[in-house]
Design a protein around this ligand. Structure first.
Ligand code: HEM
Length: 497
């Protein structure tokens, strides 16, 4: 072998060991080679479901462990107690996001800021406050949004009835229900389910979510390295970038049309609330509620609010066909307590078992298994270890929902774990599908309402069964997505008498 190559090899090795050797006070785990990272850990993750790999590693190394992606230090947090300590008790230090603007996953943002990827600071706080307030003004949890959901349930009922018990996929149907609810809230409009424009618009946000895991190489490596290491990742990030450009055009067009027809005495939707704030809001609000920021916020609502809720509903119906006895028990409860009246959100406290089933499905399907990536905004500590500022934090929600301390026999699907001896619903603090702390899901009330109304009303009207009664469907999730989605399945829906 050429002596120069041997010399370079030894030099790189020594630099790796001496320069980036893990200081003792960092959490245990893997050291990283400069610009490349912790190769053994990356090899373990390759082609596997990342949350399962991280969970196994946490059992081996501990609830707090670290590794490197490129030069980026990553700390993985597992179990309810550890994650609660970080995201709630030490929220000031653990609530930031990585600087997504520098990464190829999102394009340069022209100074636009949103909520989901917004850095923990005044702009994020004001945009979150504005959006929560706007959703409340639109009566999330009260009548007007419930009416929008009811319209979608009626459309879905007609669709399912038309299948005449023939196999059908719930996935697309659930996506359309949920997307139309957000379109209604944000732009005051809904699409017909067979309108090709509807598919095109939904495709914009879908492509941003699919194909990218939270521990993918892409966001934390220079593009040239991504191209060499993983061609599909690089291709996906190009598709994502184009989708964001298209989505910006779409949102700006909507804002322009709203401005042309704006009437302060008839506020129609979220965009109108934005226009009103821009015209009449107080100074600090107007500084942040700008057209560019509104594009990012609306983009976040579609991105964070559509796929999450529709995929949870997809899981819900999969659980119903695989656990027909649970389905029957839900239907009996609905029948005994509410008969055949249309189920309203105000009925939810009466349906204890239905609520317990939704909670258990959310626990088991682990929709966002690794959570959205957090980052430390300052030097801090956890569990006696030092965590430097700008460390990437992966608080694995999967590990919380599989924590036997809070959920005995966690592998078992058992809705009764949420019901006490007196038949009341048990509130388990460790059930956190929407995360916890200041960055907890902003759409939780809306998502809860959609899950309850769609599930309860459709179960009241239909029996759901497997496409082939003798072929059980896998309950394992699909590979490599930010969200845990079921392997595609079809079911039969037959009208109940
Ligand atoms: C079943 C449905 C849903 C699940 C399981 C879910 C889960 C989550 C999770 C785990 C996070 C990350 C929290 C963190 O970083 O610690 C999040 C954030 C967020 N979610 Fe949801 N979500 C759902 C539905 C929705 C809906 C319907 C909307 C809005 C229409 C929404 C909007 C958001 C936003 C804007 C954030 C970012 C919050 C922030 O960074 O401050 N989500 N969600």
């Amino acid at each position: 072998m050429d002596l120069t190559i041997v010399f370079i090899f030894i030099l790189v090795f020594l630099v790796s060991v001496l320069v980036i050797r893990k200081p003792k006070t960092l959490p245990p785990g893997y050291f990283g080679i400069p610009f490349i990272g912790s190769v053994p850990m990356m090899r373990k993750l390759r082609g596997k479901r990342p949350h399962l790999v991280l969970f196994e590693e946490s059992k081996r190394i501990g609830n707090i462990f670290s590794w490197y992606l490129g030069n980026q230090l990553i700390v993985v947090l597992s179990g309810y107690d550890t994650i609660h300590e970080a995201l709630v008790k030490k929220a000031e230090a653990f609530s930031d996001r990585p600087n997504f603007n520098r990464n190829p996953i999102f394009p340069r943002t022209n100074g636009e800021n949103g909520i989901l990827t917004g850095r923990y600071g005044q702009c994020w706080r004001e945009l979150r406050r504005f959006t929560l307030q706007a959703l409340r003004d639109f009566d999330v949890g009260k009548a007007s949004i419930e009416e929008k959901i009811d319209v979608e349930i009626e459309t879905a009922t007609a669709f399912l009835q038309d299948t005449n018990g023939k196999p059908t996929s719930m996935n697309q149907l659930m996506q359309k229900i949920v997307a139309n609810v957000i379109f209604g809230i944000v732009f005051g409009q809904r699409y017909d389910y067979d309108d090709p424009e509807f598919d095109r618009t939904r495709a914009m946000t879908n492509a941003v979510v699919t194909g990218e895991g939270p521990v993918s190489f892409t966001p934390f490596m220079p593009k040239f390295l991504v191209n060499i290491l993983k061609r599909t990742d690089a291709k996906n990030s190009d598709i994502r970038r184009q989708c964001i450009v298209d989505m910006r055009k779409y949102v700006y067009k909507q804002i322009d049309e709203h401005e042309a027809t704006f009437d302060r005495d008839n506020i129609r939707d979220f965009v109108d609330i934005y226009i009103q704030t821009e015209k009449e809001g107080d100074g600090s609000m107007r500084k942040f509620v700008t057209k560019g920021n509104m594009f990012r916020v609306i983009f976040d609502l579609f991105l964070a609010g559509s796929e999450t809720t529709s995929t949870t509903l997809d899981w819900v119906f999969l659980y119903m066909i695989e656990f027909p006895e649970v389905q029957k028990k839900c239907q009996e409860e609905i029948e005994n307590i509410l008969g055949d009246k249309i189920i309203e959100y105000s009925d939810r406290s009466k349906l204890v078992y239905v609520n317990a089933v939704i909670m258990e499905i959310q626990r088991c399907c682990n929709l966002v298994p690794i959570n959205v990536v957090h980052s430390t905004s300052e030097n801090t500590t956890i569990g006696g270890y030092n965590i430097p500022a700008r460390t990437l934090i992966l608080p694995t929600l999967y590990s919380v929902h599989m924590d036997p301390k809070y959920f005995p026999s966690p592998e078992k699907f058992d809705p009764d774990r949420f019901i006490d001896d007196k038949g009341n619903l048990i509130k388990n603090e460790a059930l956190i599908p929407f995360s916890t702390g200041p960055r907890t899901c902003l759409g939780e009330p809306l998502a809860r309402m959609e899950l309850f109304l769609v599930f309860a009303n459709l179960l009241q009207r239909f029996n759901f069964s497997r496409e082939d009664p003798n072929k059980p469907h896998t309950m394992e999730s699909k590979q490599s997505q930010i969200t845990n989605a079921p392997v595609p399945y079809r079911l039969r829906a037959t009208k109940r008498q």
